[in-house]
Design a protein around this ligand. Structure first.
Ligand SMILES: *[C@@H]1O[C@H](CO)[C@@H](O)[C@H](O)[C@H]1NC(C)=O
Length: 196
């Protein structure tokens, strides 16, 4: 068991693309599962399959290429290089990833207008990401010890995917809509006065 565990990082180092694909598939399936759990309905495996497919076909490959390009363009770990990479990631990486998620999900779900979700939710989602990812990335590089960074990034990626899945299913891309859904009672209390 222990031997198997230690072999993992070495195998990942030898097969970076494959481990990236496996990581994305697992992380995004888990993120969707969490969102479904929190929503409280019966499990929808078709939905999970769609999320995993989009993640494996697009996001794993895109991230793989994009991170390497970024590292080649702005190498190193000086504060300046890190900040530049975070900015590029938000300016270029994030919009593409968000657009591909909404469009890819709409295609797989056979929606009539595959760009409708994208049009309605892109800006809200992008703004939510701007409040979330720079914070995660900067703490990752400045506060988190190197050996914990993969796990740290994975955890925040997992939470982000849950948020994306919620936004795609029933939210509008704002963090507020997702948090309100976690507290349905409070949401009812807020809405009640306006019903009178
Ligand atoms: C966190 O740091 C590691 C390496 O130090 C890096 O590979 C990873 O991309 C970083 N994650 C984020 C979200 O910045």
């Amino acid at each position: 068991m222990a031997g198997w565990w230690w072999a993992l990082p070495r195998a990942a180092g030898r097969h970076p693309w494959l481990s990236n694909v496996l990581l994305y598939g697992a992380l995004c399936s888990a993120g969707d599962a969490l969102q479904q759990r929190l929503s409280g309905g019966p499990p929808d495996w078709r939905q999970t399959r769609c999320v995993a497919t989009v993640a494996v076909v697009f996001h794993a490959n895109y991230n793989y290429v994009w991170q390497r390009l970024l590292e080649r363009a702005v190498p190193g770990r000086t504060p300046r290089a890190i900040l530049t990479k975070v900015l590029w990631d938000q300016a270029m990486g994030a919009p593409v990833a968000i657009s591909a998620f909404y469009t890819g999900m709409s295609i797989l779900q056979g929606k009539d207008d595959i760009f409708l979700d994208l049009k309605q939710k892109f800006w809200n989602t992008y703004k939510s990401g701007l409040m979330y990812w720079p914070f995660v990335q900067l703490t990752n590089f400045s506060l988190v010890p190197v050996q914990w960074r993969t796990a740290y990034t994975g955890l925040f990626g997992f939470l982000w995917v849950s948020f994306l899945c919620y936004s795609q299913q029933s939210g509008d891309g704002t963090l507020k809509s997702a948090f309100t859904s976690l507290h349905p009672k409070e949401a009812n209390q807020v809405e009640r006065p306006s019903e009178k």
